[in-house]
Design a protein around this ligand. Structure first.
Ligand SMILES: Nc1nc2c(ncn2[C@@H]2O[C@H](COP(=O)(O)OP(=O)(O)OP(=O)(O)O)[C@@H](O)[C@H]2O)c(=O)[nH]1
Length: 410
């Protein structure tokens, strides 16, 4: 088993699917390194926040596919293995009330593994909802893992396999390979890795692009379990999605924070410097897209405490998209509310509250004007987003927020 990964991952692969279908078990089987945060969550049974784990896929010389793919560490006698690549798994919660967390995870996924349990009818509610989310956010490189095949007989496994084929017809996952596995018994994981290698390539990255980091977490340096040699400031965690961050550089965060002056409140971006960088479990000089990174800043820890900066965007000062307290978006509604049989989606109406996910930010907005195919919203908390950004639109249906469509920022 891979325990500590010395390399920065080059690609983020989302693990999505219905609750209890085995995402956490699979990611554990594929890697050994977990954040402290995650083990806490596992104890509680659900992943409240996104979990990350890195795995290194190695190729053993002289062995043909699919056996050549393995997540074993080099043997003690030093048998040589070639690293295929290092990937980071983003474990998105399957619990229905945590859809917003799944959606903010989707903002940093380069591809996804959709987990489906062979022991249940297909599709379960979040299987359908997560697949729809991948579709609208534009994640096209997908592998389907048919998990828990150790719990069913051959006949049931085939029947379930056919249900999956039927379910993905006409969706973004129509041509995705379906790999039967047992995450718990570690059966067929080599074939799954091979499918991931074939279907989810590392996207081309342009290092000269303006740097962008989506902030998913922020904390104070005194958080137990974090070791930041000599660092005094607050820490932000998340993913670089474009360009690269370098130690010592200046960094701007938007929307920043709300300041009050003479009775008026206003959002002002925050500027700081990068004092240390962590990726793949190591201190590094620079971070490129792929995996989760931690950035030690010069900020007062009270500013970063308790995920206060989660959902913000960081980059070189002066290059970030604008902060928006309101915006107009083109709206494309789904035909029906995902996961329910008969709820058709009504047009968006003026005055109604919507929950919007833009990048890793989730905010509630009130619709100030709605026309067919377009809506104008005023946000409770502003977001930093560029024109053309994709927005996941959720409406309150009964007791929870349901995904009803996709917006494009105008
Ligand atoms: N028999 C068997 N059990 C499995 C397999 N994969 C997962 N399980 C079990 O299924 C249960 C749920 O697995 P998890 O990995 O926690 O599911 P999850 O998808 O991560 O759930 P959330 O993170 O809460 O969305 C656990 O009890 C696992 O031990 C498998 O391949 N075979």
């Amino acid at each position: 088993m891979v325990t500590k990964n010395p390399q920065q991952p080059e690609v983020n692969i989302g693990l999505v699917g219905h609750v209890d279908h085995g995402k956490t078990t699979l990611v554990q089987a594929l890697s050994g390194s977990w954040t402290d945060q995650h083990s806490e969550e596992m104890k509680r049974g659900i992943s409240i926040r996104l979990g990350y784990a890195d795995a290194t896929f190695r190729q053993i010389p002289g062995v043909d596919a699919p056996e050549c793919y393995t997540v074993e560490e080099e043997t003690e006698d030093g048998t040589e293995t070639d690293v295929l690549r290092t990937v980071s798994f983003v474990d998105a919660p399957g619990h229905e009330t945590l859809m917003a967390t799944m959606l903010s995870g989707a903002a940093i996924m380069d591809g996804a593994v959709l987990l489906v349990s062979a022991t249940e009818e297909v599709p379960q509610a979040q299987t359908a909802e997560h697949l729809m989310a991948l579709d609208i956010i534009g994640i096209e490189n997908i592998v389907i893992a048919q998990n828990k095949v150790d719990l069913v007989d051959r006949e049931r496994a085939i029947e379930n396999y056919e249900q999956i084929q039927e379910f993905v017809k006409g969706t973004v996952a129509e041509d995705a390979p379906i790999v039967p596995i047992s995450a718990q018994q570690e059966v067929n994981l080599d074939v799954l890795i091979e499918a991931i290698e074939n279907e989810i390539p590392t996207p081309e990255r342009d290092e000269s692009e303006d740097s962008r980091m989506f902030v998913a977490r922020s904390f104070d340096i005194n958080r137990p379990g974090t070791t930041w040699d000599g660092l005094m400031g607050g820490v932000i965690g998340g993913s670089v999605v474009a360009g690269k961050l370098e130690d010592g550089e200046e960094l701007e965060l938007r929307p920043g924070r709300e300041v009050e002056e003479e009775g008026q409140t206003e959002w002002r971006s925050i500027t700081t410097e990068i004092r240390s960088l962590q990726a793949g479990g190591n201190m590094v000089d620079e971070v490129r897209p792929g995996g989760l990174c931690g950035v030690g800043t010069g900020l007062d820890p009270s500013v970063t405490k308790g995920d206060a900066l989660a959902g913000q965007v960081a980059g070189k000062p002066g290059t970030l998209p604008p902060t928006r307290e309101q915006f107009t978006m083109d709206v494309e509604l789904l035909d029906r509310v995902v996961g329910s049989e008969d709820d058709s989606v009504d047009e968006i109406s003026t005055g109604e509250p919507l929950m919007l996910t833009v990048g890793t930010a989730t905010t509630v907005g009130a619709v100030t004007s709605a026309r067919s195919g377009e809506a104008e919203v005023k946000l409770k908390r502003p977001v930093c987003a560029a024109e053309g950004a994709k927005i996941a639109i959720n409406r309150r249906v009964g007791a929870r927020w349901r995904l009803i469509g996709i917006g494009t920022l105008k």
